[in-house]
Design a protein around this ligand. Structure first.
Ligand SMILES: Nc1ncnc2c1ncn2[C@@H]1O[C@H](COP(=O)(O)OP(=O)(O)OP(=O)(O)O)[C@@H](O)[C@H]1O
Ligand SMILES: [Mg+2]
Length: 330
């Protein structure tokens, strides 16, 4: 049996409340941002924290990065307690928070990073070299001498990433690192993130589920401050109730009798119309993952005189699983 490694991040029953805004709530009322979060992240992997808006992801990351004190519970990052050993934690941590400001517009990218290098207490003689390396890594070497105020959002986000990596921290938290970026800029950031492991451990939040699927070794889905599931992306997809989906294309316009009959088949959960034109109709059949549903469906279609163009089995995506598991299903 392989030896169990000490987790890079470990949270036990983290809980955080906020005092409610007095204008909106009665005095003394509290909002629970994080109800009960426990997780364990082994070193050298990208771990995804996914959940709908307001689920408690940023609050969890802020507690883990010593920016917010937990109301209850405990957490260790790189082996140090976030509540009692903040300095040790901060030394070993790089953080990019969503909507992060904190760059100096009038300074160049290089001067911004140099400033933070000093702030981090990095040895003076290593800063210049490391700053240039990091700017190269995020593909901004050619803009190193330009003022940050002239940078696009994607470029600023890459400066933030370079800043978080500057002191070579073993653990990195990225809160929605690709939010609002165009596809090419998001690809650049994803490439950088994928190269951070196994040298670093990364905790990542994102609303782009394909991104989590592509990058993360494991994922926790959080909703209303509670972790609902924790598994590999493949494992989470398998949990969606063993549902099998088929996309069916038939010749001709939509025939309601056909879809009604398909709905009546015992293992069919739903039939959803995707596209209906004069020449062709496409619908999705969601079925239990067993039995000979295809044979039965084909019989129904043939009996109704539908000409089948194609039937394609579609595997559930992480998005399907997410919607099935969270209140986002509404
Ligand atoms: N400083 C605060 N004061 C009061 N309530 C807060 C505060 N910070 C967060 N909350 C509340 O805590 C809950 C969780 O917020 P949090 O920002 O952690 O969610 P999130 O999962 O990061 O959401 P998003 O996907 O929108 O970024 C929300 O209901 C939010 O309104
Ligand atoms: Mg957030």
């Amino acid at each position: 049996m392989s030896e169990r490694q000490t987790p890079a991040i470990e949270a036990r029953n983290l809980h955080r409340t906020f005092e409610a805004n007095r204008k909106l709530f009665r005095k003394g009322e509290t909002i629970t941002a994080v109800e009960d979060v426990s997780l364990s992240v082994e070193p050298g992997v990208i771990y995804g924290l996914l959940g709908p808006n307001g689920a408690g992801k940023t609050t969890t990351i802020k507690m883990l990065s010593t920016l917010l004190i937990p109301s209850a519970g405990q957490a260790l990052v790189a082996g140090y307690d976030v509540a009692t050993q903040e300095r040790e934690v901060r030394k070993r941590l790089g953080v990019v928070l969503g909507g992060d400001r904190g760059l100096y517009g009038k300074l160049t990218a290089r001067d911004n990073l140099t400033y933070f290098g000093h702030l981090y207490g990095m040895p003076r003689d290593t800063i210049a070299k490391r700053v240039d390396e990091m700017l190269e890594m995020v593909d901004l070497g050619h803009r190193a001498g330009h003022r940050v105020e002239g940078f696009s959002r994607g470029m600023k986000q890459r400066v933030h990433l370079a800043k978080a990596l500057l002191h070579n921290p073993p653990v990195i938290f990225l809160d929605e690192p690709t939010i609002g970026l165009d596809p090419a800029a998001a690809v650049t950031i994803r490439k950088v993130i994928s190269q951070l492991v196994p040298a670093h451990t990364v905790l990542l939040t994102t609303h782009y589920l394909h991104e989590a699927d592509e990058l993360c070794a494991r994922i926790a889905i959080i909703d209303k401050g509670l972790i609902l599931v924790e598994d590999t992306p493949a494992g989470i997809k398998r949990r969606v109730g063993g549902e099998q989906r088929y996309v069916v294309r038939v010749r001709g316009s939509h025939n309601g009798v056909v879809t009604d009959e398909l709905r009546r088949l015992p293992s069919v959960r739903a039939v959803e119309l995707q596209e209906s034109g004069i020449n062709e109709t496409t619908f999705t059949m969601r079925c239990d993952q067993n039995g000979s549903i295809l044979d039965e469906a084909v019989r129904v279609l043939q009996r109704q005189g539908s000409r089948i163009e194609s039937i394609q089995a579609v595997d559930p995506t992480l998005e399907d699983a997410f919607l099935a598991l969270t209140s986002g299903a509404e």
